[in-house]
Design a protein around this ligand. Structure first.
Ligand SMILES: *Cc1c(COP(=O)(O)O)cnc(C)c1O
Length: 473
């Protein structure tokens, strides 16, 4: 293994140099066509190469073309810079390479601990077995909604695992127009059908309107359907809006509906005392899906499913007969709580990321991001050539360029073209979205290394790119 040791040292240097150089470089640049083609056409090596040669390829062909999300001026989608502690831990986790499905080895017990830590961080009740790490929130949502489906079916005397959905009245779930597409994917996969997901009217700020929700539930019941699920958001992807959980939780309790909260991006916002009040009632949900690979900066991939009642999960996925489970008395295998059988050692990078900053450090990082987001909102609002399109609830700022004298259609064309124009300039990275019928830019702040000066650069870049685009029209 002496060549491994030498190469590993070189790799540590390479990765350290890479990380140190990120802030000074462009955020993102389109790939050089020849470099892109070289990757696409890479031939299958007929014979092996030395580790050093592989490092040279990584240094020469891979590291120079990053997505950009390690940079302090990357504001796109919801992609974080990797926490350095998580990067280190990923190496050790790969070296051990267990399957965290179950058994008596460190990774399995560490996952139990970090799932509890995550629940403690966001203030969600945690009973042993009440959660697991997943590839992301898309997978966590499938896991949680499968449990919701099973409970609803069981209540009308139906075993959905054995009999599927046949014979059940349509199971209806309630979402909003701002609900992430992963909920629809989950509903489709689980055989619920996306038509059975009702988009409930939202208020002006994009939050579920409880009165409208109540009316929809009553109408569906009257029509013989079986309402069973409400999906609320702890930070929507477009505007970062957080639903008012208390009235929704009251309604779900009355109507025996499963309350699932999508906290993929925003659940950790609850750590900021300035906005924690928005999350009141989050702890009343039946399940919460969230992404340590977003605001916490755990290197991809890492999502987490948390459920109030661990038995709902185990009852949904376990193939171990319950008499054997009882004999064992323990929590059993993670593979009894979700879909994956062979499971990666995700918990070490979560452990390292959280332990490196501690609860207080993470809370300070989150508060830094929400403060910067509010500041960006102020800067946008203060510029007549820009327009803030939604209140800043968490750390997403939705806005658009609005140069004087352009009609709505021209504004939409301009703002649709703006994200790529800004990205190509290389000094800041922002992405776009559609809010109602308006093309918008959205800046997501989840990198604690971002500074107020970076906000100025972002807005300067947006103004310059907008001026270039309008001059060309
Ligand atoms: C990212 C995101 C998802 C999807 O999570 P993945 O980790 O990408 O699977 C769902 N909901 C929201 C609000 C998100 O930001």
């Amino acid at each position: 293994m002496s060549d491994f040791r030498t190469a590993a040292r070189a790799a540590a240097e390479l990765v350290s140099d890479y990380l140190a150089a990120v802030p000074a470089g462009p955020v993102w640049q389109p790939m050089d066509p020849a470099a892109r083609q070289a990757l696409l056409d890479a031939p299958l090596p007929p014979t092996g190469q030395e580790l050093e040669e592989l490092l040279a390829v990584i240094a020469g062909q891979v590291l120079p073309a990053p997505m950009g999300n390690g940079h302090p001026r990357f504001f796109g989608w919801v992609n974080s810079a990797p926490a350095p502690a998580g990067v280190l831990a990923a190496l050790a986790a790969a070296a051990m390479n267990p399957s965290s499905a179950g058994g008596d080895h460190a990774d399995v017990h560490l996952e139990r601990a970090v799932v509890r830590w995550i629940a403690e961080l966001v203030g969600f009740p945690h009973r042993p077995g009440g959660g697991l790490l997943t590839s992301g929130t898309s997978m966590a949502t499938i896991v949680c909604l499968a449990a919701a489906r099973g409970r609803a079916a069981a209540r009308v005397g139906h075993d959905v695992r054995a009999d599927g959905l046949a014979g059940l009245p349509p199971l209806v779930g309630y979402v909003t127009g701002e609900t992430h597409s992963c909920v629809r994917k989950a509903a489709e996969l689980l055989g619920l059908g996306s038509r059975q997901l009702r988009a409930v009217p939202a208020d002006a700020e994009g939050r579920i309107d409880p009165a409208a929700l109540r009316a929809e539930v009553a109408a569906d019941r009257a029509a013989g359907r079986l309402p069973f699920l409400v999906v609320a958001s702890a930070g929507t992807v477009n505007t970062g809006a957080v639903d008012a959980f208390e009235p929704i939780a009251d309604l779900c309790a009355e109507e025996e509906l499963w309350l699932h909260v999508d906290g993929a991006y925003g659940a950790f916002g609850v750590l900021d005392p300035a906005i924690a009040h928005r999350y009141a009632g989050l702890d009343r949900a039946d399940s919460l899906a969230l992404d340590p690979h977003k605001w916490l900066g755990v290197p991809v991939d890492c999502g987490c499913a948390l459920v109030r009642d661990p038995e709902q999960l185990r009852g949904t996925f376990s193939l171990v007969p319950s008499y054997l489970r009882d004999e064992e008395g323990g929590l059993g295998w993670f593979s009894e709580y979700g879909i994956e059988q062979t499971r990666p050692f995700r918990s070490l990078k979560v452990w390292a990321t959280i332990a490196h900053r501690g609860r207080d450090g993470i809370a300070a990082d989150v508060a830094h991001c929400t403060r910067l987001a509010r500041r960006l909102g102020e800067l946008v609002a203060a510029d007549p050539a820009l327009e803030l399109l939604a209140p800043v609830d968490t750390s997403v700022v939705a806005f658009r360029a609005r140069p004087a004298g352009l009609a709505e259609a021209e504004l939409n064309a301009l703002n649709r073209a703006l994200p790529l124009a800004v990205q190509r300039r290389g000094r800041a990275f922002v992405t776009g979205t559609l809010l109602g019928d308006r093309e918008a830019l959205r800046a997501c702040l989840i990198n604690a290394a971002t500074s107020e000066a970076d906000l100025t650069v972002l807005l300067d870049e947006v103004r310059c790119a907008a001026a270039e685009l309008t001059a060309r029209q």
